[in-house]
Write a protein that binds this ligand. Structure first.
Ligand code: ATP
Length: 355
């Protein structure tokens, strides 16, 4: 029998009000030891506020923060044993790289020789040992970011908190750093909480994702769960691209949209619904039998290298279909009539007016 994963961090009814504004009503969350969890959501949904509360930079108006079963709600920042990496890196400009990294250790009264050797190890971990004597301004954005990471890791915190640490990097560096941060987190087995509004970051780096909206948790699940089985239309829209069709479920339980009868794996009571289908789950003129088959007219074609996007008018709706570029695909043109096919499992149905 395998034992249940050990809980490391728990938020119990955490609430935050700024004056009369209730930004986070009551948040409950449990993070396991050694897992990396992303807070994902649109601007202003409360991601950073929640992270700052875990760090001790903000005080919650209500609720408790538990770490390893211990209530740390009132513990000052420096007693929380947490490392933090910010979007801005926040390095000290007048100190060289080693001293920046060793600073936190010296604050903890570690003798400077020990502090420097531990800083050197941390810099090796992020592959920056050769730049130890440089000042921050003599480093690239990605290198500064790695110094910030080494500085957070060197104190061997029990929890690592990252607030949009990659958002100042260019696309290529961001890809590299995603892989590096994830590898470091897995090697060290540290529990990490990551704030981002970038779904690719959340899905690719984390064990589980908390999708937030208006200070509430919309869904907490693995990347596959939030992508394949979004709990709400909001999650489906926020995580990955999707088509949205207005539809209805009749009194007999039949699902209809854009003048067609459709099949879905979801059962809902009669009424207005919203139907969501991912663009890459729809096949054009495919011989395979699929639960849903609708005819439409191609209204636009966009070539984006490895992908082609087709806009297809179906009744009064426009459906976007995404297909990997294929040499064997007979050329489609705007105005062509096509048959779109997709499965019942890929037909996500939600009550209308949910968002
Ligand atoms: P972003 O992705 O833009 O950083 P976020 O999800 O991290 O957004 P928060 O920074 O946590 O959002 O802010 C949540 C809400 O709380 C926002 O509406 C914000 O305006 C509000 N807020 C944050 N800090 C304060 C404050 N000190 N005083 C008043 N309101 C605040």
């Amino acid at each position: 029998m395998t034992s249940a994963p050990e809980e490391h961090l728990r938020l119990e009814g955490i609430g935050v009000s700024f004056g009369a504004v209730n930004v986070i009503p009551a948040l409950d969350l449990s993070v396991r030891k050694g897992e990396m969890v992303a807070f994902l959501g649109p601007s202003g949904c409360g991601k950073t506020t929640t992270l700052r509360i875990i760090a001790g930079l903000n005080k919650p108006s209500r609720g408790r923060i538990m770490v390893g079963g211990r209530d740390i709600t009132r513990l000052p920042i420096h007693d929380r044993d947490m490392g933090m990496v910010f979007q801005s890196y926040a390095l000290f400009p007048h100190m060289n790289v080693t001293r920046n990294v060793a600073f936190g250790l010296q604050m903890r009264n570690i003798p400077s020789r020990d502090a420097e050797s531990r800083a050197a190890q941390a810099l090796d971990m992020v592959q920056l040992g050769h730049l130890a004597h440089r000042k921050p301004k003599e480093l690239s954005g990605g290198q500064q970011q790695r110094v910030a990471l080494a500085r957070a890791l060197v104190i061997e915190p029990s929890i690592l908190l990252l607030d949009e640490p990659l958002s100042n990097l260019d696309a290529k560096l961001r890809d590299e750093m995603r892989v590096q941060i994830r590898a470091l987190q897995q090697q060290s087995g540290i529990t990490a909480v990551f704030v981002t509004h970038d779904q690719v970051e959340a899905l690719s780096m984390c064990d589980r994702v908390v999708v937030m909206r208006g200070g509430r948790v919309e869904q907490f699940g693995t990347p596959t769960e939030v992508y394949e089985r979004p709990a709400t239309a909001f999650v489906a829209n926020f995580v990955g691209r999707t088509n949205r069709l207005k539809g209805a479920i009749t009194a007999e339980g039949t699902l209809t949209a854009a003048g067609h009868q459709l099949r879905s794996a979801t059962t809902l009571p009669p009424g207005a619904v919203e139907i969501l289908v991912r663009p890459h789950r729809i096949r054009i003129d495919d011989a395979a039998e699929t639960a849903n088959r609708v005819k439409g007219a191609v209204s636009g074609i966009t070539f984006i290298g490895d992908l082609v996007q087709y806009a297809v008018r179906v009744g009064d709706a426009e459906v976007v279909v995404e297909e990997a570029t294929r040499r064997d695909r007979s050329a489609l043109a705007v105005g062509d009539t096509v048959t779109l096919g997709w499965s019942a499992e890929d037909t996500l149905v939600y009550p209308a007016g949910e968002q």
